[in-house]
Design a protein around this ligand. Structure first.
Ligand code: GLC
Length: 553
């Protein structure tokens, strides 16, 4: 039955921009996971030289900026999120000279570089922590971390009941009997952010990278730096979920905001619209909005969107809620479907809804890819900034059958099989059809790539109409040609059949069919781009199952 795309049913508004907006308000930002993007020296591990050699690919893809996961000197207990020296590059990734060259080359191509800063914790090999251990209980250097005496007659019990996000107690006892806090792995001791030396050190680290030309920072665990006074027990005995949104005495404490205000003042001293992006898992989008008040950060990841099921009503609710939450603070909304911590969205959508973000099954791969493509095109039609994770433009699935012996995710070893499947989204990218690591490098690859990945490679998909890579390229080109697409913070919802979303923005319309069956609609305009074979006959469009189409009106 033909349905009508009639006048707006509801309108979400905030005003349009009067003058050119800063670049980041509608930027498409591509996450590079350095270990797995491109290997320049053939040692099986991605590196900065490899990334630099592939910048033209990213330029051609059409992104505005590149966010690099950590490349700092690190023992790699958590793939570089355990930093031993914030001003040095790990030899496996290259040198500071390589970082400088990478930033310069990116700028030469008109790409911005956002680096990952990890302020909640460092590595247990960081000089400060080693000194703190050496100097013993009561030393001033221990005050830079959270050292405590244990409970029980001999202090043999942890100081409180907090559990590590990677599983097991959040406390580890050292030889002299004291315990130290680590919200993540024992190799990642938490800094004490009450301490002025910690605050000063990070302000200096920010300047170091800003001076080198970094266009901004993705702030790791931005919600974790300040702990509730007295480090109170949680008491509920609830098992923590990796990257959960629960209210906890070590997450989303109000004190974190003063830190970001002081960081913002530093960024504002620099030219070129440098940005701060919060990785902040909070209980609500309203709490997330607090991180992007005008004098704090510029953007925060929208994890509520990432965790939404493939369901029109749920998507619409989250889209409206996300836009509404950012409105009072004037920050752009961000959108993200995949990153290095969650099962890739092609595999999430291939599985039944509600299984979370750490999956072990391939599910229905064809269905997953169809939905993933449709979800991406919907995301790129929304106002604000969108984050892409390397390889999603190839439609890569998660690798769900990695042998245990190659896994490196610390939570795999600590969470007793409940979590810890993040290696599956970190498998190196296939660039070519053939070759020892499908063009990732001249050597092997630190995680094995599935055999079928040659056919998903950049080479195999380039120039192939309808391939996922060409879909991303086309979508990003349309977004560039229609600057109104990512701008503002307004979507206009049109009436649409159940399970279908129809949203209008500035002479442009996006229809998404989340149902498993084709839907007929009055063709709302001229077809611009679609994720599946949309047909238009005598003014009637047929939108196949799980398909998004863009139209001009
Ligand atoms: C963030 C990172 C994740 C890391 C954790 C600890 O959530 O994205 O990869 O394990 O912080 O630094």
């Amino acid at each position: 039955m033909t349905q009508h795309l009639a006048a707006p049913a509801t309108t979400t508004t905030t005003g349009t921009r009067a003058e050119p907006a800063p670049w980041w308000r509608d930027a498409v930002i591509y996450q590079v996971y350095p270990r797995s993007f491109a290997d320049g020296n053939g040692d099986g591990m991605g590196d900065l030289a490899g990334i630099r050699s592939r910048l033209p690919y990213l330029k051609e893809l059409g992104v505005d900026a590149v966010w690099l996961s950590p490349f700092y000197a690190s023992p790699q207990a958590d793939a570089g999120y355990d930093v031993a020296d914030y001003r040095a590059i790990d030899p496996m990734f290259g040198t500071l000279h390589d970082a400088d060259a990478l930033i310069r080359s990116a700028h030469g191509l008109g790409l911005r570089i956002i680096v990952d800063i990890v302020p909640n914790h460092c590595s247990d090999r960081h000089d400060w922590f080693r000194q703190a251990l050496r100097e013993g209980p009561g030393s001033r250097l221990r005050e830079r971390f959270h050292f405590r005496k244990g409970k029980g007659p001999d202090g043999e019990l942890p100081p409180n009941d907090w559990e590590s996000i990677f599983g097991g107690p959040a406390w580890t006892r050292v030889e002299d009997g004291e315990w130290y806090l680590h919200l993540f792995a024992p190799e990642q001791p938490d800094f004490n952010w009450e301490h002025p030396a910690v605050q000063d050190e990070f302000r200096s680290i920010l300047r170091f990278w800003l001076d080198l030309g970094a266009d901004g920072f993705r702030v790791d665990v931005a919600h974790g730096l300040v702990k509730a006074p007295g480090l109170p027990d949680i008491g509920s005995g609830d098992q923590l979920k990796l990257l959960g949104n629960d209210v906890m005495p070590f997450f989303d404490q109000d004190g974190v905001h003063e830190i970001y205000r002081s960081w913002r003042r530093i960024l504002d001293e620099y030219e070129g619209e440098r940005v701060l992006v919060a990785e902040a898992w909070t209980p609500t989008v309203e709490r997330t909005a607090l991180y992007v008040r005008p004098d704090e950060m510029h953007q925060a990841f929208n994890f509520q969107y990432l965790t939404t099921n493939w369901d029109a009503q749920e998507l619409r609710t989250v889209i409206d809620g996300s836009l509404a939450a950012m409105r009072p603070v004037g920050a752009p909304t961000t959108w993200v479907l995949s990153n290095h911590d969650v099962t890739r969205h092609a595999t999430r959508f291939a599985n039944p809804a509600g299984l979370g973000t750490q999956l072990r099954e391939q599910g229905d791969r064809e269905l997953g890819l169809r939905r993933a493509r449709a979800a991406t095109l919907l995301m790129l039609a929304l106002p604000g900034s969108a984050y892409l994770y390397q390889g999603e433009e190839l439609g890569l699935p998660d690798v769900t059958d990695l042998p245990d012996e190659v896994r490196q995710d610390p939570s795999f070893f600590r969470a007793e099989g409940q979590d810890g499947f993040r290696d599956g989204c970190r498998v190196p990218i296939p660039w070519t059809r053939e070759g020892v690591s499908y063009g990732f490098g001249a050597g092997g690859s630190w995680l094995p790539q599935p055999r079928a990945w040659g056919e998903l490679s950049v080479e195999a998909q380039s120039g192939v109409p309808g391939s996922t890579l060409e879909l991303y390229r086309a979508a990003l080109a349309v977004r560039r040609d229609h600057p109104g697409l990512g701008a503002g913070s307004m979507v206009t919802w049109l009436d649409a059949p159940d399970g279908v979303l129809a949203l209008a923005r500035d002479g442009f319309l996006c229809t998404t069919n989340t149902t498993g069956a084709p839907v007929r609609l009055p063709a709302p305009g001229t077809l611009l781009l679609a994720t599946g074979p949309v047909t238009v006959t005598d003014g009637v469009a047929v939108l196949p199952a799980d398909t998004t189409a863009w139209w001009t009106v």
